[in-house]
Design a protein around this ligand. Structure first.
Ligand SMILES: *Cc1c(COP(=O)(O)O)cnc(C)c1O
Length: 413
């Protein structure tokens, strides 16, 4: 997207505002699909939690994506956005049996990640097929280390519990239609990922009625030029050929599934905020924007390094700034960043603002959550209104009489 397009969006819809480039989402979707073109049945299930605006979900559906959901509410959003139930997979962690039953009743695919719920669900619904989330205890160690240290993770059924898992399946006569893993760590070393995949294949051999194997996600995207990222093409080539080999061995063309969130939407997103104050202190120059961790928490929550550009003065000379928010707590977006000279009123653009940005926004300091705009075929489309004061008080019950009565008594005395 061009800076002028972004600036026009702030003129039309105000600031702060999130902007998503539909073209970038589509090209990422196609890139991933293309990397696995030799696999007969590929299914990408977009991870809704990354960015769950209804229109974004509709765009994903339109591209041919399925949907990966982690709460019954995300399941309902997916259905509302037009996904067929069978295109939605429910992959929760630590939710109640009732929530899983509610999702199953809506007809979506179920992914279970612990033996207790598996046994309960299998005992009462042996006819509803389920997928099982496995924890292969493999973690990318940065280089070529293969670490099995992920033993403390709360996610998935440990591969050391396969005998118990098989006993439950046999006793309940439940059907297992998929095997899944999502380690949550970035795929940087493809051989480590392939090693984990072998564990999945090995586990899969225990089940005769599989329809798919789901490799989760973990695709790392670049945040700036020169950043390391997952080599999708290499992963596609290596995993595809191994997967096809496995299908032959298994005797059936299974579906290879992924659940990308960040990969599809991170780079498509821009967050635009206005500089309220430029403040020179003894140690630095602060640029305070009309936002904070109430709108974009990733830098403060896990040190995410979002690039920041001054799109109001892109040719200006560069200076060092600390970019901070207006929240009454420390909310530093960036320290010692070289940014084109900032004047009060300039619009700063935060990159990689598509994934886990708006969806993590809150009303802290009683501020409104921003508007969201989709950039689609050269036009800006408002896909979420900025909140208003009514939104802040919507569910509050203002019990006016509660204290009035007490004060009255006191005055009678
Ligand atoms: C969050 C999540 C994803 C998406 O992860 P990304 O790193 O955003 O691609 C996929 N699968 C599951 C089960 C998740 O919880």
């Amino acid at each position: 997207m061009k800076y002028t397009d972004l600036l026009n969006i702030t003129k039309e819809f105000g600031n702060p505002v999130y902007v998503y480039d539909a073209g970038k989402i589509k090209s990422q979707f196609n890139r991933l699909t293309n990397a696995f073109k030799t696999v007969k049945n590929l299914k990408l299930n977009y991870a809704a939690k990354a960015l769950s605006n209804l229109t974004i979900l509709r765009l994903m559906n339109d591209l041919g994506s399925g949907l990966d959901t982690v709460s019954i509410q995300e399941v309902k959003l997916g259905l509302l956005a037009g996904f067929k139930p069978e295109s939605i997979i429910f992959t929760p962690n630590g939710v109640s049996l009732e929530e899983i039953e509610e999702a199953a009743a809506l007809g979506v695919r179920i992914n279970i990640d612990n033996l207790s719920i598996l046994e309960q669900f299998g005992s009462t619904h042996p006819d509803i097929p389920v997928c099982i989330r496995i924890n292969p205890h493999v973690m990318a160690g940065g280089n070529s280390n293969i670490s099995v240290g992920h033993i403390d993770s709360k996610f998935g059924v440990s591969i050391h519990q396969i005998p118990h898992l098989l006993r439950i399946v046999e006793l309940t006569k439940m059907k297992i239609n998929g095997i899944h893993m999502h380690t949550g760590s970035d795929i940087l070393d493809i051989d480590v990922f392939l090693y984990a995949s072998e564990i999945l294949f090995e586990t899969a051999k225990n089940f005769r009625e599989l329809e798919f194997i789901d490799f989760g996600s973990g695709f790392k995207v670049p945040y700036k030029d020169g950043d390391i990222e997952t080599n999708i093409e290499e992963l596609g080539e290596k995993l595809s050929s191994r997967f096809n080999e496995f299908c032959e061995e298994y005797g059936k063309d299974l579906t290879l599934a992924f659940e990308p969130g960040k990969f599809l939407v991170s780079e498509a997103g821009y967050f635009l905020a206005k500089v309220n104050v430029v403040k020179q202190t003894t140690s630095t120059v602060f640029a305070s924007v009309d936002s904070g961790f109430n709108h974009l928490i990733r830098p403060m929550l896990y040190g995410a390094n979002h690039q920041i550009f001054n799109i109001s003065n892109p040719e200006g000379r560069e200076r060092y700034y600390s970019v901070v928010g207006y929240i009454c707590e420390t909310d530093t977006f960036a320290n010692n960043r070289r940014i084109n000279e900032i004047s009060e009123g300039d619009i700063l653009c935060f990159k990689n603002a598509g994934a886990y940005c708006f969806t993590m926004a809150s009303n802290y300091n009683s501020r409104y959550r921003p508007a969201e705009v989709l950039w689609y075929e050269g036009k800006s489309v408002l896909i979420r209104e900025r909140e208003s004061f009514d939104d802040l008080i919507r569910n509050q019950i203002d019990v006016k009489d509660l204290f009035a009565a007490k004060n009255q008594k006191a005055s009678i005395k």
